[in-house]
Design a protein around this ligand. Sequence first.
Ligand code: URA
Ligand code: SF4
Length: 471
Amino acid sequence: MQVVVADTFEEWRRAARQLLRSDTEPAEVLFRDSAGQRGLFDDGAQLEKTAQRSRRQEPRPAYRVPKEFLDLARKVSCHRDSDRWERLYRTLWRLTHGERRLLEVTTDDDVHRLLTMEKSVRRDAHKMKAFVRFRRVLAEGEEHFIAWHRPDHRIVRLTAPFFSRRFPDMFWSILTPGESVSWDKKALCYGPGVPASASPETDELEDLWRTYYGNIFNPARVNLATMTREMPVRHWATLPETDIIDDLLADAPRRVDEMVARQEGFATSAADFLPMELELRVLRAAARTCEGCHLHRAATQTVFGEGPPDAKIVLVGEQPGDQEDLAGRPFVGPAGDVLNDALSAVGIDREQVYLTNAVKHFKYEPRGKRRLHKRPDAREMSACKPWVEAELTLLQPNVLVCLGATAAQQLIGRDFRLTQQRGRAIVTQWCDNTIPTYHPSAVLRNPDPIRRERLMATLVADLRAAKTHLC
Ligand code: URA
Ligand code: SF4
């Protein structure tokens, strides 16, 4: 039995590679977190020896690990449960030993558990991004911003890059019980955790904190009722900015202009524009000023999702079209007409559905007076993903329909192939019944009337299948 000590994804990945190379079966390995006891287990040396031995014996096949798995593993590795490393290694072993498409089998015990863990980590990361509050302290004449936070999982390394993008020009530290991170305007540096008793929550800092909060104030964040409801007490025991909110609101328009100017040229993702509160109304308002990619420049406006906040079913399209761009609402053009027909054919009331898109700005190529639809590329899809992620985190639908390959690839995985995998309910981190189907535009665009009819029939059948999961 080998014992491997890993605390981070990189450590696990290195160990897993060597274990695979030396053909070590999952049942022969015990994974541990160091829990501050590094050095007790002679993992590295032992592993290297085994790997060398096996390299001498015979060349091992190079394993191709799907990127989707690595993305999943990176998130799962932040989960607090100690069985995560074993599950990850077992899944990796199975993927590389004849079960190449294992991740599609979302009913599989390992896959299901990994997806659940990933979901929980994502939620926690979202909360951390939303609830971290910095306080300004002066240390040796330098201004430093410090925040204390208690996440559920080990997400400091996962979320730190977000904070460095958001606050690139400040010295800051985020302290958590498990790990701390600091930014010196150039690089992130990780250190040991800090107990709550050592957090910088003292009264003298309150005024400085208020000043700081005033400096970074984002009007889209102001909704005190939601702030207090959404915020577990341990995230934010007091709200010292409440008494300066009125002043801040009066100054809001100038601050918005300033914020936009500051962010110009920096943002590469909608993540930088996400508001603090998790509420649809607030998200929609914040998305109006999103400049997470270049698409906002040529488009008329952001087309955010719409529908009841308690919708049981969410439909995600690709991106707004010409008419949606002008109207500012999703699915109001020709593709929307097809969708309406399909919905009424199966008896789903459009008013009960939350409709949104993978990408929130219209991408097109001007042709004379017309604007020809262009598919969003991988960068734009990934830049815009935080919006749909935030929408789904809030909505938690019973059924999630991905209309077309763009939405399916964004929410299910890059390798997703619509023609082969549509129509079946898949468990994803967003929803246990995620159903990919054709996009209504595929029906519209097909020149052959018989094919068109068939595509429409399939779209209707898939929506009917979606409806069966609604109750
Ligand atoms: N196509 C989409 O994917 N979304 C819309 O909102 C309109 C057309
Ligand atoms: Fe932001 Fe998405 Fe629009 Fe890009 S497409 S600017 S990420 S809302």
